[in-house]
Design a binder for this molecule. Structure first.
Ligand code: HEM
Length: 182
């Protein structure tokens, strides 16, 4: 699965229907009604109104104990009950990328408690992180979450907590797209 490239194709058809879009920071994206998430390649370009590419990669900051906790409780995407999704592409600032690895880890975890907080919302929220920065995309990360409608409130609470952290001071573009399975 590592290095698999996915295209998130925004357009007027697809497996996920857009129900809400909020541009929290930076430029918005052209309007769409559907998103299709498809296995792709760096060479292939899917059509649509826009396409964002992301690649599955290795962990950067997660420590062994955290990794073990995640593996023990996280659920896969594609659960039949998870009819709601969120697609949140983000870009972090040059200031973030100029920090050293250990400084970024300190901000993400010791200060912002990203994994610690996120773990409390598992297994209800299934998640996948796609990296885009190293393949020359406009966003650094594409994040995808799936959950049951009854867990939407918990997901909002998690976002509220994360967006207040020091880590989010470095987020310069964030578009929050909510979807339901077609
Ligand atoms: C990265 C866990 C929710 C956005 C990570 C990493 C972990 C993690 C362990 C580090 C990966 C690595 O070591 O490279 C979780 C858990 C969540 C959650 C358990 C619970 C559902 C969220 C939410 C967002 C988010 C709601 C909001 C969009 C990100 C981003 C990164 C990331 C952008 C990459 C950060 C970077 O590398 O600078 N997450 N997360 N996560 N997460 Fe979350």
């Amino acid at each position: 699965m590592n290095n698999t490239v996915f295209d998130f194709v925004g357009g007027t058809t697809g497996d996920w229907k857009v129900i809400k879009v909020a541009t929290l920071r930076g430029d918005d994206l052209p309007e769409i009604t559907h998103i299709n998430k498809v296995v792709s390649s760096l060479a292939h370009n899917n059509s649509g109104i826009w396409t964002l590419k992301g690649v599955i990669s290795n962990l950067r900051y997660t420590e062994k104990a955290e990794k073990e906790q995640l593996i023990a409780i996280q659920e896969d995407l594609g659960r039949p009950l998870a009819t709601h999704a969120a697609f949140i592409p983000l870009r972090k600032s040059a200031e973030w990328w100029n920090l050293a690895q250990d400084e970024r880890r300190k901000i993400m975890e010791e200060s912002s408690r990203h994994t610690h907080t996120g773990l409390q919302y598992l297994p209800a929220i299934a998640r996948k992180l796609f990296h885009s920065r190293d393949i020359g995309e406009v966003f650094d990360f594409l994040t995808w979450f799936e959950f049951a409608p009854s867990d939407e409130e918990a997901f909002e609470e998690l976002l509220y907590k994360l967006r207040k952290t020091e880590e989010w001071n470095y987020v310069e573009r964030e578009v929050d797209i909510r979807l339901i399975k077609v």
